[in-house]
Design a protein around this ligand. Structure first.
Ligand code: ADP
Ligand code: 5GP
Length: 190
């Protein structure tokens, strides 16, 4: 059986992490398991509880934090997000490759608790393009967009902390680069 492995995909909101992951999971559904986070954010149109996120109240989230149910958690743009510990640990024990799609603070926590996790940073071609993608998605309020853009500057400045930086300019090329990083012959394992 192959060895379990933890992979972190991070980068500013709107850069295309979700879009890239959807294709990546489609291409490698037998190899990769995408962790489903809990969040206090309200569902966007079309988002499904238990599929996109586990949507919880702030008091439920606080109880989960107090009970140590998260591998990592962070507050982002006014909402809380966390990675449920149990399914991730189970999958890794089963020899699966688990991907976390998380923001900067969470990625830093994982770097401390799982130093062998592969950490991939997705960067935008430019900040102007990032803003246009967030607006084009048309799913966030003006206040949420400005909080996300403000945070994006700090996130992009931290890109150098990560093992690999992939600029999501052309989707196919970005996917190829992520696949190269994941499936290169000599890879770190948890
Ligand atoms: P994130 O998950 O990082 O917040 P999304 O995957 O929701 O970002 O993507 C934000 C928007 O950018 C979506 O409308 C998506 O279709 C678009 N997008 C993603 N990647 C690209 C790309 N390479 N070129 C142009 N638009 C893109
Ligand atoms: P969104 O509200 O756009 O779905 O997500 C906002 C940000 O939260 C994104 O950068 C996303 O990667 C991040 N995020 C999603 N789930 C988690 C999680 O479990 N933990 C942390 N730290 N960040 C998360």
């Amino acid at each position: 059986m192959s060895k379990g492995r933890l992979i972190v995909l991070t980068g500013p909101s709107g850069v295309g992490k979700g879009t890239l992951l959807k294709s990546l999971i489609q291409r490698h559904k037998h190899d990769l398991f995408l962790s489903i986070s809990a969040t206090t954010r309200s569902p966007r149109p079309g988002e499904v509880d238990g599929k996109n996120y586990h949507f919880v109240t702030r008091s439920q989230f606080e109880r989960m934090v107090a009970q140590g149910e998260f591998l990592e958690w962070a507050e982002f743009a006014g909402n809380c997000y966390g990675t449920p510990r149990k399914p991730v640990e189970e999958k890794i024990r089963e020899g699966k490759w688990v991907i976390l799609e998380i923001e900067l603070d969470g990625a830093r926590q994982i770097r401390r608790s799982f130093p062998s996790a592969l950490q991939i940073f997705i960067a935008p071609p430019s900040m102007a393009e990032l803003e246009s993608r967030i607006r084009g998605r048309a799913q966030d309020s003006e206040a949420a967009i400005s909080r996300r853009l403000q945070r994006a500057w700090e996130e992009v400045e931290a890109a150098g902390e990560f093992d690999i930086q992939v600029v999501n300019d052309n989707l196919e090329r970005a996917l190829d680069e992520i696949e190269d990083a994941l499936f290169e012959p000599v890879a770190a394992v948890c």
